[in-house]
Design a protein around this ligand. Structure first.
Ligand code: ADP
Length: 253
């Protein structure tokens, strides 16, 4: 863990705001521009990263140096670890109490052989539960860069992100910035942006709380289709507005 240059946690107050989408696309983008990246899915009860990256049927292997991540392709630029890879029957739900979840997370932090990577991105479940406390406590032992908070522009999501800000402050986890996801829909025909939800909520919250605003990610039907089918979005749509948005997040770190 200490060999990894950058360690980032992705948090959101609510489910369904696009936290796993941001985590997986950020990891894909960083690997796309040449970095070696690890993506750790600590959403134990609802892991969605393997499906989004087309790795659903894969199993993880253990070597003498620890668990070997599942790589998205032979370049081995992006390695993934998720509870999904450890389940014999992929449809079996994980029904665990806190201590068992905590011990799994500790193993994910201590026992994965990521190799020499530049970024480790950790996708978490929504909220501020046992998993968040465990992963944050374990990560704080290894000098993380901090948390990226994901919200949609609506007030209900914003109010939950305020709880995440307070969680980070309580745990003394630095906040890297806020990403506003599903921020407007850009018409593929006329390029006009329609704010389906209210607009600028994440930006205003960032200003109010004196947190960096990393940028907006628009609703992109092609991104959703790629995530559903486990297709690499960046090779499929190399000139998309999503790619431009992710570039701007990374430039803003
Ligand atoms: P969370 O991890 O917060 O629960 P997900 O990342 O699973 O949310 O996203 C929920 C759904 O919304 C998924 O079907 C995903 O493909 C879709 N989605 C998320 N962000 C976008 C976006 N910017 N454009 C299009 N679809 C998106």
């Amino acid at each position: 863990m200490d060999k990894i240059k950058h360690k980032l946690l992705v948090l959101s107050g609510k489910g369904g705001v696009g936290k796993s989408t941001v985590s997986s696309q950020l990891a894909l983008y960083l690997s796309h521009i040449g970095y070696r990246v690890g993506l750790l899915d600590v959403d134990l009860c609802g892991p969605s990263i393997p499906k989004m990256l087309g790795l659903e049927s894969k199993d993880v292997h253990k070597s003498t140096k620890g668990w070997v991540p599942v790589y998205t392709d032979e370049s081995q630029k992006l390695g993934v670890i998720s509870i999904q890879f450890l389940l014999g029957d992929k449809d079996t739900p994980v029904i665990w109490r806190g201590p068992k979840k905590n011990s799994m997370i500790k193993q994910f932090i201590d026992d994965v052989n990521w190799g020499e990577i530049d970024f480790l991105i950790i996708d978490t479940p929504p909220g501020t539960s046992d998993e968040h406390i465990s992963v944050t406590e374990e990560l704080l032992k290894h000098n993380p860069d901090g948390a990226i908070l994901v919200t949609t522009p609506q007030a209900v999501s914003i109010s939950d992100v305020k709880k995440e800000i307070s969680f980070c402050n309580t745990m003394k986890l630095p906040i890297i910035g806020i990403v506003e996801n599903m921020s407007g829909y850009v018409c593929p025909h006329c390029s006009e942006c329609t704010n389906i939800f209210s607009s600028e909520g994440g930006k205003l919250l960032a200003e109010q709380c004196n947190i960096k605003f990393l940028g907006k990610l628009p609703i992109d039907p092609n991104l959703s289709i790629c995530s559903e089918r486990g297709i690499n979005y960046f090779t499929e749509y190399p000139n998309s507005s999503t790619l431009a948005a992710l570039k701007s997040f990374v430039d803003n770190f």
